[in-house]
Design a protein around this ligand. Structure first.
Ligand code: DGJ
Length: 329
């Protein structure tokens, strides 16, 4: 187990280790350079100018069940979006609350009574702006929209521009993928989470174009995480079981807006059928390395969401073109 962990570390261009984590095998409560637990759930990482920026949901305070819900609708008040920066993926410096929640205006998308989930930040080379997309919802998840914010700096502050239903569609769990040609795509769970959509964003990344493709039709997938390897596109998703773990699945496409074929579970080893009790959020390509990715997932603590942990496992594509996530033990 240790050998696998250390060989993974050795592959990285810069030291990546879990020395500050509580357990070597994950999931982890990552600790920032100020000694506090990292609060960046459902997150994603932007690599910009030799620095990694980790953005995520701030989950703080008491977890409660939304009154009147007939499902496990546990939540904390929306806490906004945090950012941490790192040069080495090991030491994370808190860079601030880059998009705060609103405490006073009940009608604001960012009000603490709303849902602000799965923020992802991308950089637009043409406009030189950092663009954040996120899932915005009401506490009963009926609002189902995508919010967008911009900043001139990776560490914010981000200016919230508003939310939309992409091409009139419901939009919940999401991620953003920027292709080699600079085109950005919004992957979002739609149609009451039954079907995933991929919408091409406008050149400034601030709106949706009408290019909007339905994939994994009727398969009920969420928590999308996308990466590209050797001209193929890979999409890892979870099933739809709220905060409870389930089996991950992956799909592959030769053309991002073409045919996506769903395969099986990319997870190997113990607890693979439950994604190691975690849920996908992002796949991070390791800078400067070929076929080395980090599968980032959240291990939700549904009765105390602030205590949710992070699981980062190595991911690579095997000789048959199949993605494999391997735990350390
Ligand atoms: C599953 C989603 O993946 C999470 O981001 C969150 O929305 C929970 N459902 C809420 O139950």
């Amino acid at each position: 187990m240790r050998n696998l962990l250390f060989s993974f570390i050795l592959f990285l261009p810069i030291t990546f280790c879990f020395s500050q984590a509580k357990k070597e095998t994950g999931p982890f409560t990552f600790i920032d350079t100020g000694g506090k637990p990292i609060n960046a759930h459902g997150g994603g990482i932007l690599y910009h100018n030799n620095t990694y920026y980790w953005y995520g949901e701030i989950k703080r305070g008491k977890t409660f069940k939304v009154p009147g819900s007939n499902w496990e609708n546990y939540r904390v008040n929306a806490g906004g979006v945090s950012c941490y920066s790192s040069k080495n993926l090991r030491e994370w410096k808190f860079a601030g609350v880059v998009l705060p929640a609103n405490k006073t205006d009940q009608n604001s998308d960012l009000h603490i009574s709303k849902v602000i989930e799965r923020p992802k930040v991308i950089y637009n080379k043409k406009t030189k702006q950092f663009v954040m997309w996120m899932h915005i919802d009401s506490d009963d998840y009926a609002y189902a929209r995508s919010g967008v914010a911009v900043s001139n700096s990776p560490t914010g502050p981000f200016k919230y521009l508003g939310s939309e239903k992409p091409n009139g569609n419901m939009a919940r769990d999401m991620t953003i993928f920027v292709d080699d040609d600079g085109k950005a795509y919004h992957f979002y769970s739609s149609e009451d989470n039954a079907t995933m959509h991929i919408a091409l964003l406008t050149d400034d990344y601030l709106k949706h174009t009408t290019t909007d493709k339905r994939i994994l039709i009727g398969l009920s997938r969420e928590a999308p995480a996308v990466f590209k390897y050797q001209k193929k596109y890979y999409l890892i998703t979870s099933g739809c079981t709220g905060w409870s773990p389930n089996e991950a699945n992956y799909a592959v496409a030769n053309d991002i807006l073409g045919e996506w074929k769903a395969y099986g579970n990319p997870c190997l080893g113990k607890d693979a059928d439950k994604t190691y009790y975690a849920q996908s959020t992002f796949v991070l390509p390791v800078q400067g390395k070929i076929n080395q990715f980090i599968f980032m997932a959240d291990q939700w603590s549904k009765l105390d969401l602030e205590k949710s942990k992070y699981l980062w496992y190595p991911l690579s594509v095997n000789t048959e073109g199949l993605p494999e996530i391997k735990p350390y033990k």
